[in-house]
Design a protein around this ligand. Structure first.
Ligand code: FE
Ligand code: FE
Ligand code: ZN
Length: 279
């Protein structure tokens, strides 16, 4: 069954996002846990949460994906920056437990000159502080494009973070189609090969979610600029292969393309008609 959603504004709460998602043909969604700049999160509204949980159950919403502010840097050379990422992520994970059993995605960070190895150590150290045995949320490391000094641009780097994390059962990976292509994984000409490599290095059992984006940039550009579905260097043919791939087709797909809600509605229609549901 197709699980498709897009990035929505969290400004009006969970119930509003659920209704908005349903109104555009989505059965899940992604949202920022707070202002992307990393400001204070809104207080949890128990009425909003219980109304949301009711709708989610009644309408069969699939797992929702909370995205950490993309400005956090868990592996900065600056201790204050790392401390801020720690505080925000710890608070986010506490809040996630009000909507149990969902996903929390974050960018592994930028090593800011210390080297990838040092970055991997620092991000794993942060995970070792915030993951709790009793949490129901799965924390997802996002595959990155490798712009600047980003870590997580290779499957090996993601695997190294997982290996250094004690409660690694709480960790998974979110594969961003734009990022992996920009990072040098050729999903246009060899999707099977890329997935084989993912399986060999990380294990496909760690793959929980797909960020479904086209890319504005050529292969291996290390750039990270998302394009509308079908209008970029991946193209509709590749997107169609991704959503129908036997190893991917049951995962949730979250669009993060440059669109307003109407644009997302149109893309979701396109994705639905390209999805070959054989059950
Ligand atoms: Fe992201
Ligand atoms: Fe992404
Ligand atoms: Zn991106």
């Amino acid at each position: 069954m197709l699980h498709i959603g897009c990035h929505l504004s969290a400004a009006k709460g969970y119930t509003h996002m659920a209704k908005e998602a349903l109104s555009i043909g989505a059965n899940t969604f992604q949202f920022f846990t707070r202002n992307p700049r990393g400001g204070k999160a809104k207080d949890i509204d128990p009425w909003d949460i219980s109304a949301f949980l009711e709708i989610a159950e009644k309408e069969n919403l699939y797992k929702i994906l909370a995205h950490a502010p993309y400005t956090l840097n868990p592996c900065s050379a600056d201790e204050k920056v790392r401390e801020f990422a720690y505080m925000v992520m710890e608070d986010d994970l506490m809040r996630m437990e009000y909507t149990p059993g969902n996903y929390y995605n974050f960018h592994p960070g930028s090593h800011t000159g210390q080297g990838a190895e040092a970055g991997i150590e620092l991000t794993a150290a942060l995970l070792n502080k915030i993951l709790k045995p009793e949490q129901t949320t799965v924390v997802l490391l996002e595959t990155m494009s490798g712009k600047g000094s980003e870590i997580g641009k290779t499957f090996e780097e993601l695997k190294a973070i997982i290996d250094r994390t004690e409660l690694h059962q709480k960790l998974g990976v979110c594969l961003d189609t734009c990022h992996v292509y920009d990072a040098g994984y050729d999903i246009v000409n060899d999707l099977d090969g890329v997935l084989e490599e993912f399986d060999r290095v990380i294990g496909l059992n760690r793959l929980y979610a797909i960020h479904l984006n086209d890319s504005k940039n050529p292969f291996s550009s290390a750039k990270d600029r998302h394009e509308k579905i079908g209008e970029g260097t991946l193209g509709m043919e590749v997107i169609t292969k991704v959503i129908n791939h036997p190893l991917l087709k049951d995962l949730p797909f979250y669009l993060e393309t440059p669109n307003d809600v109407e644009g997302y509605a149109e893309e979701i229609r396109m994705i639905r008609s390209a999805y070959k549901d054989i059950e």
